[in-house]
Design a binder for this molecule. Structure first.
Ligand code: FPP
Length: 251
């Protein structure tokens, strides 16, 4: 790996999103229950959050639990829910001290009371922090998010608070869970799978995708650096002919 990271002149992505895939396979390879893979996956998160903050990434969005994950075996859902509470209970002091601002994206009304209250407490406690914006997708589905946004805008129209012709990209973006965040610049998915799985469909319109073969529990700071190096090498054109200066212009 490069001795100096990030390399001189490289423009960090403002917003990195990660699909933390492969926990189940990691556990299976070791003859362990899937829940062990998720537990190891939480440990993997710590250096990733640390590195993103250190490198000046503005927002990091991680996919912790999707609207479809409720269909997993009951004990696995329970294990994931337990880990979410454990993560907040164990990590909130440290994250707060580092200035991390936590936001849950997803339908919190649909998660059990304990998880909802724990997440809301973490959000309230870190709301004024000005460091890394850590967005945790919990009971999140991008189609559901877009439908919800459409409904919010329709309700505003029917109350006379806006007119249908006022609905533009800004209005729609303001109605998404990710309101106020920059669009995703870099999406990383681990475990070799190459799909979006209903994650940030709108926000990833011009994201660069980097798929790495490592299973999430094996994702290290070095793998993160490698993914970023791949990103730095991309010419981002945003539909134009000239490459965008943000990634490719050095020095
Ligand atoms: C996908 O791997 C991973 C998930 C569905 C859950 C990701 C959750 C965590 C890393 C822990 C919880 C997060 C927080 C913030 C406390 P998979 O189980 O689908 O793996 P597989 O494809 O190998 O079966």
């Amino acid at each position: 790996m490069s001795e100096v990271f990030p390399p001189k002149g490289a423009a960090m992505p403002r917003h990195v999103a990660i699909i933390m895939d492969g926990n189940g396979r990691w556990a299976k390879q070791r003859g362990l229950p899937r829940a062990y893979g998720h537990r190891q996956g939480v440990l993997t998160l710590e250096p990733v959050i640390e590195a993103a903050g250190e490198w000046g990434v503005e927002a990091l969005t991680i996919f912790a639990f999707s609207t479809e994950n409720w269909a997993r075996p009951r004990d696995e859902v329970a294990a994931l829910m337990g880990l979410i509470v454990e993560f907040f209970n164990k990590k909130i002091d440290e994250l707060d001290k580092k200035g991390v601002c936590i936001r849950i994206i997803g339908d919190l009304d649909g998660v059990p009371e304990l998880q909802r209250r724990t997440a809301e407490t973490a959000m309230a406690r870190t709301a004024c922090n000005t460091g890394l914006k850590l967005n945790i997708a919990l009971n999140y589905g991008s189609r559901q998010e877009i439908v919800r946004a459409a409904r919010l805008l329709a309700e505003m129209c029917s109350r006379g608070q806006m007119r249908p012709e006022d609905i533009d990209e800004n209005a729609l973006e303001d109605a998404l869970y990710t309101r106020g965040l920059p669009p995703v610049d870099l999406l990383i998915r681990t475990s070799g799978e190459e799909r979006l799985s209903n994650f940030l469909l709108y926000q990833c319109a011009y994201a660069e995708f980097v798929f790495v073969p490592e299973l999430w529990p094996d994702f290290t700071r070095e793998v993160f650096e490698r993914a970023l190096l791949a990103y730095f090498g991309r010419a981002r054109r945003f539909g134009r002919v000239e490459a965008d200066a943000r990634v490719t212009k050095k020095g």
